[in-house]
Design a protein around this ligand. Structure first.
Ligand code: NAG
Ligand code: NAG
Length: 340
């Protein structure tokens, strides 16, 4: 998927963005694998946004890979099974995280593109322009991020693939919302002083998007505390109507800031496409740590292989008058461990 966008970006760069329309939206949109029918329609009406959406998905996947770099599950299955690809047919905690971070990624990328003025139909938040915040002594200025637009776009586009009426759909929609909510909570105010030599006679402020890394940590924390839920069917109706916390004798619904999951996670030791597990064979591990990336935990007791190699580089370089540089050669033996 990402290489497809790479290629698409390359072509669009050569043609210039204005040629998207000339290239034919339907050609572009029909070539993107795995779009749900409604997503294809959105793509055709907003071809300018599809690149930005692709960026957003990629930001989400990259952050997922960073957050889970030491885990047995490392987002590997996400590379090809994104909102654009085949859906993750699992209801695990990991899927919950993946959906939330991608929904947040799309909203973040679209909002950022609006601020940069590269998307049609949006820009700075018009509601935050020129008005005074009398009590606080500042007024809106600069370009406030139009988060509303980005969130709305994410909701329309990302949620459009949830067409089945089953428990996983409820789970995915819930987690998409959690991702967008975390983004919303991460918005902050940036201010600047104006006046003679920074005297701050007037102060202007604008809202800014949070760094995506910040959202990654916030969602990782929610992942650690994800809530196990089960579907509740309305009587006679076979479709699940809503999700409730999976505990006997309770009808509490999960809060809208909890990530939710319906299936227990596999241990991700062996490859299994059914559960979205890539297995840990060949994964790098650390032989001296107690962390989750230790060879013991990462390799699930199968043991590990050790590869030794030496690294050689120029070191202790000195500048000699005049004019050359003399260096020593340093070397280091390195061991790398990978799971059997
Ligand atoms: C994730 O793990 C798989 C093997 O289980 C490996 O092939 C892949 O390169 C890893 N991905 C990342 C981003 O580390
Ligand atoms: C392995 O873990 C130890 C202790 O956490 C750390 O000091 C070391 O740098 C790690 N090694 C590698 C290759 O990451």
């Amino acid at each position: 998927i990402s290489s497809f966008f790479h290629l698409l970006r390359f072509h669009l760069f050569r043609l210039g963005m204005s040629s998207v329309a000339a290239l034919g939206a339907s050609i572009i949109c029909n070539k993107i694998p795995g779009l749900a029918p409604r997503q294809r329609t959105i793509c055709q009406s907003r071809p300018d946004a599809i690149i930005v959406i692709g960026d957003g998905v990629q930001i989400g996947i990259n952050e997922c890979q960073f957050q889970f770099r030491h885990g047995r599950w490392n987002c590997s299955a996400l590379g090809e099974k994104t909102v654009f690809g085949r859906e993750l047919r699992v209801g695990s905690k990991e899927a919950a995280f993946a959906y939330a971070i991608i929904a947040a990624g799309v909203a973040h990328a679209v909002t950022a593109a609006c601020t940069q003025g590269v998307l049609i139909g949006c820009g700075c938040d018009k509601e935050k322009q020129g008005f005074h915040q009398q009590e606080q002594g500042w007024k809106w200025g600069g370009c406030s991020a139009d988060l509303h637009y980005g969130l709305g776009f994410s909701k329309i586009f990302v949620d459009a693939r949830e067409i089945k009426q089953n428990a996983r759909t409820l789970m995915n929609l819930h987690n998409n919302d959690v991702g967008r909510k975390v983004l919303e909570k991460g918005m902050h105010l940036e201010c600047k002083c104006h006046g003679v030599s920074g005297s701050c006679t007037t102060k202007t402020c604008w809202t800014m998007l949070p760094k995506f890394r910040h959202l990654g940590f916030a969602l990782k924390d929610k992942y650690e505390h994800a809530v196990h839920v089960e579907p509740v069917r309305a009587s006679r109706n076979k479709r699940p109507a809503f999700l409730k916390v999976k505990k006997p004798h309770t009808y509490r619904k999960p809060t809208d800031s909890d990530l939710v999951y319906i299936d227990r996670s596999p241990n991700y030791c062996e490859a299994d496409p059914q559960t979205g597990s890539a297995g840990t064979r060949g994964r790098l591990c650390n032989a001296t740590t107690q962390q989750p990336n230790s060879c013991e935990l990462m390799c699930c007791g199968r043991g590990h292989d050790t590869h030794q190699y030496s690294r050689v580089w120029q070191c202790n370089c000195k500048f000699l008058w005049c004019c050359h540089v003399r260096c020593n050669t340093c070397s280091e033996r390195t061991e790398v461990h990978t799971c059997k």
